[in-house]
Ligand binder design. Sequence first.
Ligand SMILES: CC(C)(COP(=O)(O)OP(=O)(O)OC[C@H]1O[C@@H](n2cnc3c(N)ncnc32)[C@H](O)[C@@H]1OP(=O)(O)O)[C@@H](O)C(=O)NCCC(=O)NCCS
Length: 343
Amino acid sequence: MPNAYISGSGMYVPETVIKNDDLKKIYGIDTDHEWIHKRSGIEERRFAPEGVNASDLAVPAAKQAVEDAGIEMKDLDMIIFGTLSPDAIFPGSGVYLQQKLGLCDGPNPNFVPCLDVRNQCSAFIYSLATAASMVKAGGCKNVLIVGAECHSAAMDMSTRGRQVSSLFGDAAAAVVVSQTEEDRGVRGWYLGADGRYADSLCLKGWDMRRRPYIPVGDDDCGRVTPEMMWPYMEGKLVFRNAVERMIQSLMKACSDHEITRDDIDLFLFHQANMRINQYVADQIGIPEDRLVHNLHKYGNTTAATIPLLIAEATRNGKLERGMKVAMVAFGSGFTWGSAIVDW
Ligand SMILES: CC(C)(COP(=O)(O)OP(=O)(O)OC[C@H]1O[C@@H](n2cnc3c(N)ncnc32)[C@H](O)[C@@H]1OP(=O)(O)O)[C@@H](O)C(=O)NCCC(=O)NCCS
């Protein structure tokens, strides 16, 4: 059976930097840098401008990843798009990205399958497991995975929404998972979910039990209450479960592969909260120099966090060929996952 390795990566963050204090200055939110930084480690995040959505952010990241992999768009066999802030209710953002990358154009269009993965902060690990399985099974040679989020469009930027809006930022990052006969690549993964907490971190948007799904006024316009329109998060519950599940996922991935934390050269943790990541690292006994972070610069970019770390770490020399890498994520659902990759 062939192996599946990460052959290239790319990233894109919007230009506009929103510092913690800008949330107060620009949006009038009753918050401050000290509160946000102390509880999360976040210093700033990027917000995309009006007119830009997740598939737009994904285009430069995807182009960079394809180029970095040393292939061309025509060599892609599949697109997997992880996002919780998709362009539309349907279709998925993957088909918009396919169009925008030009895959449908010209005399030899590349009508690859496009799959959207709606697993929020765990989307990258779920996507990697899916891509690696397809590549190892021989069905695909090159799969593009993109994690892209346009959170700034769908957060309550008032004091009412500050618990959520102070944590999240916009970004896109991508990797290509390619087939190889070399002894390297994605060794395995562990995925999990606990649907009992589905409503503990969510954005409802509409109610499909209603007819129609959004209440309509006499003027024929839809009426959405703030409770439906904005994300809801039970912060402390999320925190407790994140810590528990991330530790459990990492331990399981290590035991399945008969390795210990000391065999791992680099840990790529989902970037939701520095206090969560610090607690997990302390409990497992991971030295500081085996972790990379970028949460302070970008905030929580959900599906994009781990590929963003990959794109940065491969470019700044922290992630090199021959390293053993462990990735772990936790998010809404609740869902979680880990993966072991020989780089
Ligand atoms: C969100 C989180 C930082 C909140 O920290 P906390 O210590 O639990 O704070 P609380 O929610 O208890 O809120 C304490 C107070 O701060 C206020 N507060 C919330 N957000 C605030 C902000 N951005 N600025 C200032 N005050 C804020 C609350 O309204 C509350 O005020 P009150 O006591 O008057 O009601 C923390 O729970 C957390 O990090 N959870 C995990 C979130 C996460 O990672 N989500 C993504 C997972 S993928």
